[in-house]
Write a protein of this length. Structure first.
Length: 626
């Protein structure tokens, strides 16, 4: 499909900055800047390598996508240690968000890839998995096989950021369709998919069902990243609805409450990235949330944690400082100079090294902030952000510095912040191999690339950071009518509507070549047993039954259930097992006490026939202990 190397269209680097220099001759003369910046020339090559790296990982034409269906994005070609050869809703949406931006900025070659992604997402919304079906939580399923079938192995699920990120990406493309006279396509193809995702968010943003709510797939409690991208999605979803003569009343009812809840992550000095963990809470998850909710047309608003807001800058310092002392490659780097950035200081995954996409996010937030200050025409330093500014501009004091009245200070501060941001880019440049490939991590000891190869998200992160550095920004999304927080936050949700997005054929494009499977009866179904059983500490619930998968009634060979979602008000035990479709069998739950003694459920035996429905590969059984 895409064999030629595509060049991302970017305007001149640092255009915004040069304009300031021209307007205010009191700053350093232009001639002093004439020698080419090595970062400019590295990025000129690296952005085209990164764009090709992204396209190589998108089916069905990408170089690394044998067996991948049309429009599906693989996280990485790596199939072992770690195995990332799957399609994640999150990674795919963030990758396509970057491609939609590049498309809107002028790279028209990307249109077909974007359309194939959208069609693939319409299909994925119909795939039932262990998180449920379309209207029953299934949109929270985090990852799928690359042929679009459900992944039914153990995983942290559901994950609630995926539908929000996908909605934002689709909305960005819908806006382009609308402004190019193709509202009917936005209405018929894109809106039905977006509407389902908006329904998922408005229904589930505040529910505490077991599931990994953070983007690193590790934490079960609420996550700043997830809440902030959910707020953005419902706000711009409502705007899109209005433009298409649709409505999203649930967006209107939930948005203020999501924004209200978002405020609770602010500690007074940094963002508590995940609620209720034993970690410090300083986590690049917050910086990623900030860059993915950047609005280039708004003030340095604290409530939405805009990149230039005092809160977001204080948080940038708190998070990046947490990596200064823990990585060998950061040793000796002075405060106020950029460091390598990882996910969070306590991280041990794959060695817990710095990540390219985290270091790039630290740069991107600062480029966004510089863009906002230039647009607004002033910088306000508050007591909250003072320590951030002092690191890069030691004489900083609280106050407002406008480009009109204090042009030199304004120009010096923006230059210092841009220079600091360039430091993060240079850190990435320093530890990128000569071929420009980007893995997931690089060694904390010596910067050697580590973990998954050719990580799609690393490439997308490089592209968006480089675009922001060049003042190429995404569309505005904030709606002032949904931007005030209620005086009291309340727990709430709103349900529906959901409907299958059936129209996936784009006019004027050849039918997608696809390896997508036809709908067939699965040979086996993953049956999840859930039973409400009030138990005491030390008890374990098992399910045993008349088939080998359930131990042939042998109490030692049944399926042991998990109490991971057990609460006193909802004492649920659950566990899954794969059983051939159509199998009929009997079963009972047993309670094994700490001393090994067994209590059986009362008679009669329960019985079940595993479904044989076309395309249905999961079934959930809801029992109560008898
Ligand atoms: C739901 O919202 C309420 C009010 O903002 C908040 O106190 C509670 O922690 C939220 N719970 C979850 C799981 O989001
Ligand atoms: C929405 O309705 C208005 C008024 O009826 C109409 O002018 C406009 O074209 C419609 N827009 C779309 C996208 O259908
Ligand atoms: C930017 O904001 C101004 C006022 O805040 C508004 O009038 C204008 O329409 C916005 N532009 C975009 C592109 O959203
Ligand atoms: C701005 O930077 C220039 C060049 O480094 C310096 O000479 C000048 O004193 C600075 N002015 C302010 C107000 O920071
Ligand atoms: C889809 O891919 C998975 C994993 O490779 C495989 O187990 C399954 O059989 C495939 N399904 C079809 C219909 O090809
Ligand atoms: C339950 O199944 C077991 C094993 O087949 C059998 O011995 C027992 O009689 C059954 N109980 C009832 C009440 O049918
Ligand atoms: C069990 O509950 C889940 C979640 O409410 C539902 O999706 C499923 O259909 C139920 N199973 C049966 C067999 O009713």
């Amino acid at each position: 499909m895409i064999s030629t190397r595509l060049i991302l269209v970017l305007p001149l680097y640092a255009l915004g900055f040069l304009q300031i220099a021209i307007a205010w001759p009191s700053v350093e003369p232009l001639a002093a800047r004439a020698s080419p910046d090595p970062l400019d020339s590295w990025l000129a090559t690296e952005t085209s390598t990164a764009l090709q790296g992204v396209l190589d990982n998108i089916g069905s034409g990408g170089a690394n996508t044998a067996g991948v269906s049309s429009g599906f994005v693989i996280a990485s070609p790596s199939k072992s240690n770690p195995d990332y050869f799957y399609t994640w809703t999150r990674d795919s949406a963030l990758t396509l968000k970057c491609l939609v931006e590049a498309f809107v900025a002028g790279n028209t070659n990307l249109q077909q890839t974007i359309q194939q992604y959208i069609s693939a997402q319409a299909y994925l919304q119909t795939v039932s998995g262990l998180s449920g079906g379309l209207a029953t939580g299934g949109l929270g399923e985090p990852k799928y096989y690359v042929n679009g079938t459900a992944f039914t192995g153990p995983w942290g699920r559901p994950q609630k950021d995926g539908p929000a990120l996908r909605a934002t990406t689709l909305i960005a493309f819908a806006k382009w369709l609308i402004s190019n006279g193709q509202s009917s396509l936005a209405n018929s193809i894109v809106w039905p998919i977006v509407q389902n995702d908006l329904s998922y968010i408005t229904q589930n943003w505040n529910t505490s069902t077991f599931g990994k709510t953070d983007l690193w797939e590790e934490v079960d409690s609420s996550s700043f990243f997830t809440t902030t991208v959910q707020y953005r999605a419902v706000v711009e979803g409502n705007t899109l609805a209005k433009q298409l003569n649709q409505t999203c009343p649930n967006c209107v009812s939930q948005a203020p409450q999501i924004l209200c809840f978002l405020q609770s992550y602010w500690t007074g000095s940094f963002i508590l990235a995940n609620v209720g963990t034993s970690r410090t809470g300083k986590d690049t998850n917050s910086i990623l949330g900030i860059i993915h909710t950047f609005d280039p047309n708004t003030s340095c608003d604290d409530s939405t944690f805009q990149p230039c807001s005092p809160r977001a800058l204080a948080n940038h310092k708190a998070v990046t400082d947490s990596f200064r002392s823990i990585y060998n490659i950061n040793s000796g780097i002075a405060q106020g100079s950029a460091v390598a950035v990882g996910r969070y200081a306590e991280d041990i995954y794959q060695g817990g090294h710095p990540w390219y996409l985290c270091t790039l996010a630290a740069a991107e937030q600062l480029y966004d902030a510089v863009y906002q200050w230039n647009k607004i025409g002033s910088i306000t330093i508050t007591t909250v952000s003072l320590a951030f500014f002092k690191d890069v501009y030691p004489s900083a004091t609280p106050g407002t510095y406008s480009s009109a009245y204090t042009p030199t200070t304004f120009a010096n501060i923006t230059a210092a912040v841009k220079n600091y941001a360039d430091g993060y880019m240079n850190m990435v440049a320093k530890y990128t191999p000569n071929d420009g490939s980007l893995t997931e991590q690089f060694s904390r000891l010596d910067g050697t690339p580590l973990s998954a190869s050719a990580l799609t998200w690393s490439y997308a992160a490089l592209l968006t950071a480089a675009a922001r550095r060049s003042s190429v920004v995404p569309a505005s999304w904030i709606d002032s009518s949904l931007n005030s927080t209620p005086s009291v936050c309340v727990a709430t949700s709103a349900t529906g509507p959901y409907s299958t997005a059936t129209n996936t054929v784009w006019p004027g494009t050849p039918p997608a070549t696809t390896t997508r499977p036809p709908c067939t009866t699965p040979s086996a179904v993953t049956v999840t047993f859930t039973v409400l059983a009030t138990t005491n500490l030390g008890d374990t619930i098992h399910v045993v039954g008349s088939i080998p998968a359930l131990g042939n009634w042998n109490i030692n060979n049944g399926v042991t259930l998990s109490p991971a979602a057990y609460t006193s008000s909802n004492p649920v035990w659950f566990g899954s097992v794969s059983i051939a479709s159509g199998t009929s069998f009997q079963y009972k739950y047993i309670n094994q006490h700490a001393d090994g003694s067994i209590v059986w459920e009362s008679d009669p035996n329960q019985s079940l026939t595993v479904p044989t429905d076309c395309g249905v590969s999961t079934a959930t059984i809801n029992d109560s202990w008898r």
